[in-house]
Every structure is written in C-alpha cells, then in structure tokens.
Design a protein around this ligand. Structure first.
Ligand code: PAZ
Length: 326
C-alpha cells in the first residue's frame, strides 16, 4: 500500500510537473559535493529556502506566490557552515542569500565612491567602500571568501513549484549515498496547491471573460517518498507554519506521525523571528529570544541550528545502553 503511494507520487511528479532540463547535471553536482565533503569528514545539509511560484498560464503572466523571504534559510546556511557543515542551498531565485542578505536594503551605489586624492576625485578604477553604510562588510566579506575558497556552499536555484519538486527529489537521491551524514532542513514555504499543466490555459487569461474562478489541485506530499524511499537514512527536519497558534503543535505532531521523520520546527507567522518550537516524537523544545537578545542582533536561526546539529550528532551515533549483567 505504502509502496503504491510512493510510486504514484513519483508518477504524478513526472506527469504533471515539467522536469527542468538541467536536473540531471544538478544531481551529479550535488552528489559530487556531498561525497567530497563526507570524505573530508564533514556532514552535509540540504537547506530549502524561499517561497514557490505557481503559474496560472503556461506562457506565464500571472502566478500565485507566498510571503516567504528566504531569510530563515539564508541565515541558517551561515550557522550550519559555522558549525562545520557543507551546505547545499536550494533556494528560490532572488530570495535572500547567505552573507549578502545583510546588505539587501542598502543601495550599493550609495555605499561606493571614487577615491579622493589631493582633493580630486576621479580615477575610475579606484573605488572605496563607505563602511558606515555597509556595517560589518569587512567581517562578512572575509567569511564569504573563506566559504567560497573552501567550496562549502553549493547554491542551486529554483523558481517554480515544478523546479522545486524535481530538484528536491534529485537532491535526496544525490545525498542517499552519504546516509545519516545528510540532513534535510526543509524551510521553504512550498505551495500546497497548483494547476496541472493539462488544465492550464496557454495564453494570458482574459479579463473580458469576467470573474476568474480557479480550481487548484493538491501538491503531492513529497516528504513521504523523501523519508521512505529517496534518502531513508537521512536526518530530516520539516517546518510547519501556521497563523493560528492554537493548532500549531497539533499539526506539527501530525506531520511527524504521518511522515515518520526526525523533527518539525513549528512557527507562527508573526512571531517566527523570535520564537519556534522544535517538535520531535519525544520532546517539544521551545526556543525563544529575549528582548535583550533581539536588540543585540542575536538570531533565532543560531538556536535552531545549534539544537538540530546536536540532535543530528545523536542520530548518527546513538548512545548504546549497556545494562549491567545480572
Ligand atoms: O522565509 P522566511 O524567513 O520569511 O520564513 C520562514 C518560514 C516561515 C517560511 C519557515 O520557517 C517555515 O515555516 N517554512 C515552512 C512553511 C510551511 O509550509 O508550513
């Protein structure tokens, strides 16, 4: 029964979601990355980040989108790297990106000037950075360059829901050989609904036809084959977002019951920057920043990553219980 469900999700993926032409190349890249870092003694985390776009027309003019900025995924990538992981960053095109995320609201051209020598500005090859406009730029640039030199971050972009689903499947298969050394940190906000290609109009929907009624199908629950089939030994963390706090923990527990993975990070839309609950089959641990920590610039992602990397260590090396012989 379970096998039939898994293969039907696979079939649905192939039939109803356009396969990106570069998926096999990306899979090979991810597999090489994972193997190289595992051989060097590192663990590998696959982070998904950002929202998904669901097209309404095949020559897409309009689409359904969601709120996710990608900040959680981008910040977490930095903390995972700091904790010794190599990171595959499967993110939505133009969502927040590790390291550059800190400077996104700044107009770069306002932060750059031609160097002034002897009272004259002008050698166009001499550009200086106003470090007041880009706080911490030197520290962040150093970190970024070290990460680049160490090849610790593999960025992979997606845009549409179809791309996301196929690339996540490819990632899971690429990480299969490294077994429990792989972590999946599924922080992207993925649409639950879509219009199948067979039911999608080709051209721009005309407003002259009157009010628009949409009928959306359910997106297949890809966590199921990921956990059971594609990467069965991996440490898998999903995220659950609600706006109604009263149903959050119940939904998180239900997800764990259904998919049998290792943990759910549960959060509420309005408080997600300062408070989450890490739910496992045995525990519910609340992580919360104090007002003082928020003021100091502490980020909740640092706490989430610390909690999960410790849990991953225990997952890889379960403590065997030696009972005294009687
Ligand atoms: O991307 P962001 O930093 O704005 O928000 C993070 C988040 C709320 C998308 C993430 O924590 C999350 O809960 N993702 C899963 C959402 C869901 O499908 O329930």
């Amino acid at each position: 029964m379970a096998e039939r469900r898994i293969s039907s999700i696979d079939g649905k993926l192939a039939e109803e979601f356009a396969i990106p032409s570069h998926v096999e190349d990306v899979k090979e890249k991810m597999a090489d990355f994972a193997m190289r870092h595992t051989e060097a003694g590192r663990r590998v985390v696959l982070i998904t980040s950002g929202g998904t776009k669901v097209p309404l027309e095949s020559r897409t003019v309009r689409f359904l989108d969601n709120f996710s900025s990608g900040r959680r995924g981008a910040a977490s990538a930095e903390y995972f790297i700091e904790s010794g992981y190599a990171v595959i960053f499967l993110h939505r095109h133009r969502s927040l990106y590790p390291y550059t995320r800190m400077f996104l609201t700044i107009n770069m051209l306002d932060a750059l000037q031609f160097k002034v020598t002897d009272g004259t500005a002008g050698n166009p090859s001499d550009v200086v950075v106003d470090q007041q406009m880009l706080p911490n730029i030197v520290k962040v640039l150093k970190q970024y360059q070290e990460v680049k030199e160490g090849g610790l971050l593999l960025p992979i972009e997606f845009n549409t829901l179809s791309e996301y689903l196929h690339l996540l499947k490819a990632a899971a298969q690429a990480l299969h050989p490294i077994g429990s050394k792989a972590m999946f940190y599924l922080a992207a906000a993925v649409s639950d609904f879509y219009i199948p290609a067979s039911e999608m109009p080709e051209h721009k929907i005309q407003s002259s036809n009157g009010p628009l009624q949409l009928s959306l199908n359910m997106v297949p629950k890809i966590l199921s084959p990921l956990v059971k089939d594609w990467a069965p030994q991996a440490f898998v963390i999903s995220f659950k977002l609600e706006t109604d706090e009263s149903i959050l923990l119940d939904r998180a527990c239900r997800a764990l019951d259904t998919y049998r993975h290792q943990a759910v990070v549960a959060n509420v839309l309005d408080s997600r920057r300062g408070q989450v609950v890490v739910v496992t089959p045995e525990t519910q641990v609340e992580l919360r920043l104090t007002e003082e920590e928020v003021q100091k610039g502490v980020e909740i992602e640092e706490r989430i990553v610390s909690n999960l990397t410790s849990a991953h260590t225990k997952f890889i090396n379960p403590v065997s219980l030696h009972l005294p012989e009687t």
